[in-house]
Write a protein that binds this ligand. Structure first.
Ligand code: DP6
Length: 320
């Protein structure tokens, strides 16, 4: 009754922001993401009749704040009548600071929980279960470029293009560590309830998805860059115009965006994207990785850069 899984975080190029059904955690929009290779979360789930309550250790420390969501995820995968669980999670990157830690954590938890319970579930079912815990986690069940389709009563995720077919690189510039002020779940509801731009955000998403999907299928870097930056800035505009306003950027975030603009002016194939946190992810062609990482590392205030390729789907770890 024990299993371990690894999942890699993904970053959305066309963002998920807003829920259509809060109870079932159904997204209000589709999204397109890339899964990253160098970052990962490893989760072990042990189901045991000897435990009186669920336990969660994150990076070696007892974590009560995530426990409710983790327990809810286990209930959905294994069933509410399950034995209590000991869950151990380890990430090799800063958690809860806009680096998609919930995506890799819930994807790995879902796969490990199914493994511990001896359930042999298909990937699309695992994606639905992971997505019910955290919307972006559904995409980490797939490698490379993934599209989460938001139609009907459920979510479906497809791989648009394999890692080998278009091996883009990502340079993550860490501009701050520590948890973010408002978690995504709460922030999305504030946006839906108060942002004057929320409805047009939802209306325009299918168009952005069409443009990005076509660019990925045609390996059109400039096309993907244009729509991805636009979609990212549009999502942040929704947040900025909310009451209370939600501004996840700091001054170093802005400097990194300027560094990317400068690189673009010099002919470099690079674009930025930013999630609900202050880190900047610069997506580039492999031949431009060196110059992009050097420029971001030299941007004043950047604490660290992480260079990564595109990664694989969440999977069970062979414990033999
Ligand atoms: C800005 O998946 O963390 O990263 O479903 O409430 O857990 P919940 O939200 P979450 O939201 C991710 C928001 C985002 C954009 C994205 O990844 O698409």
């Amino acid at each position: 009754m024990q299993a371990t899984a690894i999942a890699q975080p993904n970053i959305a190029l066309i963002k998920y922001w807003g829920k259509r059904d809060l109870g079932r955690n159904l997204p209000a929009v589709g999204s397109i993401s890339i899964t990253l290779s160098e970052l990962h979360t490893e989760v072990s789930v042990e189901l045991s009749a000897d435990l009186s309550s669920d336990e969660l250790l994150v990076n070696g420390e007892v974590n009560q704040s995530m426990l409710v969501r983790i327990s809810g995820c286990l209930d959905k995968v294994v069933g509410a009548e399950r034995s209590r669980a000991r869950v151990t999670s380890r990430s090799n990157f800063p958690i809860a600071a806009g680096l998609a830690s919930s995506a890799s954590a819930f994807a790995a938890t879902t796969v490990a929980a199914a493994g511990a319970a001896g359930l042999n579930l298909e990937t699309d079912e695992l994606a639905r279960l992971a997505g019910a815990a955290s919307g972006s986690a559904a995409r980490s069940l797939y490698g490379g470029f993934a599209e989460l389709k938001n139609s009907g009563d459920t979510i479906n995720v497809d791989t648009l293009c394999d890692v080998e077919a278009w091996p883009l690189q990502v340079v993550v510039a860490i501009t701050a560590t520590g948890p973010k002020a408002t978690g995504s779940t709460a922030a999305m509801e504030i946006s839906r309830e108060t942002s004057p731009f929320y409805d047009s955000w939802i209306e325009q998403q299918d168009h952005d998805l069409d443009v990005a999907r076509a660019a990925i299928l045609a390996r059109d870097f400039a096309g993907l860059a244009g729509v991805s930056e636009h979609n990212c800035l549009k999502m942040h505009s929704v947040m900025w115009a909310s009451r209370p306003p939600m501004v996840y950027w700091n001054s170093v975030t802005m400097r990194c965006m300027q560094t990317v603009r400068q690189l673009q002016a010099e002919g470099c194939n690079v674009f930025f994207t930013i999630d609900a946190g202050p880190q900047v992810k610069a997506v580039c062609l492999p031949e431009d990785t060196k110059v992009v990482s050097k420029a971001l590392a030299e941007t004043p205030g950047v604490m660290q850069v992480i260079i990564t390729g595109l990664g694989a789907a969440a999977r069970l770890v062979d414990q033999e």
